[in-house]
Design a protein around this ligand. Structure first.
Ligand code: ATP
Ligand code: MG
Length: 575
C-alpha cells in the first residue's frame, strides 16, 4: 500500500484535550479523531488496530466454542424493566424515545437482550451449555469520560454470555473464558494481572477483573507479596488488626477547640489516629447512613453499597446543613446518641477499647468510647479500604497497592437474569430450572490504548506485532530517484507476497518527516531505501531498538519476515 494514497493525519503538536501519553499518541498518530467528549472517530490506522484486536478476540472465543452473533444496540425499555435495571442502571443509561413515545436505551451491556434471545428457543437441557458473544458498540453516559478510548461514552466491547444447566457447568464456562482472556491479553503483549473483583450493579456471585498494570490506570488493585491473593481495592477483604486488650475506662467529654479533622484531634490530645473513630456521613434516597472506621482508615464506598443495597448512583455525602437531623455536629460527629440514621461500624472497630470520637457537641470529643457499652451499630461489616502495607487476610503477608487499567472482566451471574426474565430449561425429568449464567466483557477499543500506554517512548507508539496497523514500512528517502523507488517497490512487493502487512512511504516529504511519522505511528519494522539503493543496500531498523543495520534489500526482506513471524509465535499466534 502506498502511503501517498492514504489518509494520514499525524500531528506534531500535543492536542490540548489529552493528558495521558497513550491518548496523546493515538491522536497524534492519527488513529482516532474526537467528535465530542468520550466519542471518537476511528481513522484508517486506528480501524486496522481495532480489527486486529477483534480478530484476536474472535479466535480465542471461537476456540472455546463460543458463537458470534450481532445484536441491536437499541434496546426496548421493557427488557430492562423486566430485569429491574431500567431504574438500577441510573444516569449512565442513554435513554431515548421513538416517535410514539416508547422508551428505549442504547445498550451499555446486553444481559437482557441475550437472555431474551435464548429464552424462547432454548428450553431443553440438550441445548445447553451455550455461549454467545458479540462485538458491538456500547453506550454509557459516563460521569467523567476521559483519557480517550480508555473511558468513552461510546466504545466497542466484546460481550459474551454463557448459559448452563448448573453451577458445575457455569464453573467450566467461567474457567474457559478466564483462560481465553488470558490468551487474548497475552497476545496483545500486555503486562496484566487477573484479580478478584466486585460484581457491582451487574450482580452475581464472583468476578475477576483483568487489569493491565499502569501508573495512570483508573483501577486500583491490592496484592499480597507472599501469596497469590489479589483483588481490586474495591473488593479486597481487609484484615482486622487485633485490638489491644485493656480495661474500659470511664467516658468523658473533652474540649477540642478548632479540631475538625482526625489529625487535629489526635495531635491536640497527644494520641494516635488508630485510637480514634472516623465518621463518614452519607445519604441516599432520603435516608441517612453514618459509617465508622478506625481513624487512620479510609472508607470503601463499595462495601457500604454492598452492605446496604443502595444503588451506587444514589449515594451522596450529607450536606453540613443536614447533620443536625441525625444529632451530629459537623467535625464533631460521633456514634453516641445518633438518631434517624443507619449506623454502620467496621469490624475492626468493634473490639477496640477506649477510642476518641466526636461528642456530637460543638468543640468537643469524647474519650474512652467503647463499642457495645456506649453505642451499637445497625450493621457491623468490613467497611475499610485496603492500604499499602496492610496485612494479607489470607496469609499474613504484606499487601501492596498498584494501579492498572481494567481491560476485561468476567462474572458469574448465577440465576439473577434467568429468574427475573424466565430463562428456564427442562431437565431429563421435565423439571424446570433457571439457567446458570455468566457474562464476560473485553474493552475492544480500551485494550489497544492500554497497549499504547505500556509500549511507547518519546517518539511515539511501539506496537507489538500482533496489533500494529501494519507490520513494516519501506521509507523511500527520495521518491524522485528511480533506483530508490524501484528497490523500495521490490521490497514492498516481496514482503506483501510473503504475507507481511507493508506500506511504502512514497510521499513527497522530507526523509525526516517520514521517519518521524514511522516512529509516531509505531510500525515494528522500518526499511529505509536511500542513497545506496544503486548498490542494492538498505537500512534495517526495528522500532523497539535504536540500532540501524545496513544490509541488502533481500537480507532486509528476510530479516523482516523472520522478525514478524517470530514475534507472532512469541505472542502465541497461530502460524
Ligand atoms: P470501569 O470500572 O472501568 O467503568 P466497568 O467495570 O464498568 O468498567 P464492564 O461493564 O465490566 O466495565 O465492561 C467490560 C469492559 O468494557 C471493561 O473491562 C472495559 O475494558 C470496557 N469498558 C467499560 N467501560 C468503558 C468505557 N467507558 N470506555 C471504554 N471501555 C470501557
Ligand atoms: Mg468491569
Amino acid at each position: 500500500m502506498r502511503m501517498s494514497k492514504m489518509h494520514i493525519t499525524t500531528l506534531r503538536e500535543t492536542p490540548n484535550e489529552a493528558v495521558i501519553d497513550s491518548h496523546i499518541l493515538l491522536l497524534r498518530a492519527g488513529l482516532i479523531k474526537k467528535q465530542v467528549a468520550g466519542v471518537y472517530n476511528y481513522l484508517p490506522m486506528g480501524v486496522r488496530v481495532v480489527h486486529k484486536m477483534e480478530e484476536i478476540i474472535r479466535e480465542e472465543m471461537n476456540a472455546k466454542g463460543a458463537q458470534e452473533i450481532f445484536c441491536t444496540a437499541l434496546h426496548p425499555a421493557e427488557l430492562w424493566e423486566e430485569s429491574g435495571r431500567w431504574y438500577a442502571y441510573g444516569p449512565e443509561l442513554f435513554r431515548l424515545q421513538d416517535r410514539a413515545g416508547r422508551d428505549f436505551c442504547l445498550g451499555p451491556t446486553a444481559e437482557e437482550v441475550f437472555t431474551d434471545i435464548i429464552r424462547d428457543d432454548v428450553t431443553s437441557h440438550r441445548q445447553l451449555p451455550l455461549n454467545l458473544y458479540q462485538i458491538q458498540m456500547k453506550y454509557r453516559d459516563e460521569r467523567r469520560p476521559r483519557f480517550g478510548l480508555m473511558r468513552g461514552r461510546e466504545f466497542l466491547m466484546k460481550d459474551a454470555y454463557s448459559f448452563d444447566r448448573d453451577k458445575e457447568g457455569l464453573e467450566k464456562s467461567y474457567q474457559d473464558m478466564y483462560d481465553a482472556y488470558t490468551k487474548v491479553f497475552t497476545r496483545c503483549d500486555l503486562t496484566f494481572r487477573p484479580v478478584e473483583a466486585d460484581n457491582g450493579a451487574i450482580g452475581g456471585s464472583a468476578s475477576h477483573e483483568f487489569c493491565a498494570l499502569s501508573s495512570v490506570g483508573e483501577s486500583e488493585i491490592g496484592y499480597c507479596e507472599k501469596c497469590d491473593y489479589a483483588a481490586t481495592t474495591e473488593r479486597f477483604e481487609c484484615y482486622d488488626e487485633p485490638a489491644v486488650d485493656e480495661e474500659m475506662k470511664e467516658m468523658k467529654d473533652e474540649l477540642t477547640p478548632e479540631c475538625k479533622t482526625i489529625e487535629d484531634v489526635v495531635t491536640y490530645l497527644g494520641m494516635k489516629p488508630e485510637q480514634s473513630l472516623k465518621a463518614l456521613m452519607y445519604k441516599a434516597l432520603g435516608k441517612y447512613y453514618v459509617c465508622f472506621v478506625r481513624g487512620d482508615r479510609e472508607l470503601n464506598e463499595i462495601k457500604l453499597i454492598n452492605a446496604t443495597g443502595i444503588p451506587e448512583f444514589e449515594l451522596e455525602f450529607m450536606e453540613e446543613s443536614e447533620i443536625d437531623q441525625i444529632g451530629g455536629v459537623a467535625g464533631f460527629t460521633g456514634p453516641i446518641g445518633l438518631k434517624n440514621c443507619t449506623i454502620l461500624v467496621d469490624t475492626e472497630v468493634v473490639g477496640m477499647k477506649n477510642l476518641v470520637a466526636g461528642a456530637n457537641k460543638d468543640g468537643y470529643h469524647t474519650l474512652n468510647v467503647n463499642y457495645g457499652r456506649d453505642y451499637k451499630a445497625d450493621i457491623v461489616c468490613d467497611l475499610k479500604k485496603v492500604q499499602e502495607g496492610d496485612i494479607c487476610p489470607k496469609c499474613g503477608g504484606k499487601v501492596h497497592i498498584a494501579r492498572g487499567t481494567e481491560v476485561g472482566q468476567v462474572f458469574k451471574l448465577g440465576t439473577k437474569y434467568s429468574e427475573s426474565m424466565h430463562a428456564y430449561y427442562s431437565d431429563e425429568n421435565m423439571e424446570k430450572h433457571p439457567m446458570e449464567m455468566g457474562c464476560y466483557g473485553i474493552g475492544v477499543t480500551r485494550t489497544p490504548q492500554a497497549v499504547v500506554e505500556e509500549f511507547h517512548d518519546e517518539n511515539g507508539i511501539i506496537w507489538p506485532v500482533s496489533l500494529a496497523p501494519y507490520h513494516a514500512v519501506v521509507c523511500v528517502v527520495n521518491t524522485k530517484d528511480e533506483a530508490q523507488m524501484k528497490l523500495g517497490m521490490e521490497i514492498h512487493d516481496a514482503l506483501q507476497a510473503a504475507g507481511i502487512e507493508v506500506l511504502i512511504d512514497d510521499r513527497d516529504e522530507r526523509a525526516g518527516v517520514k521517519f518521524k511519522d514511522a516512529d509516531l505511528i509505531g510500525f515494528p519494522v522500518r526499511i529505509t531505501v536511500g542513497k545506496k539503493a544503486g548498490e542494492g543496500v538498505v537500512e534495517y531498523k526495528l522500532r523497539k531498538d535504536a540500532e540501524k543495520t545496513e544490509m541488502t534489500g533481500k537480507e532486509a526482506e528476510e530479516a523482516c519476515i523472520k522478525f514478524i513471524r517470530d514475534e507472532l509465535v512469541r505472542l502465541g499466534h497461530k502460524e
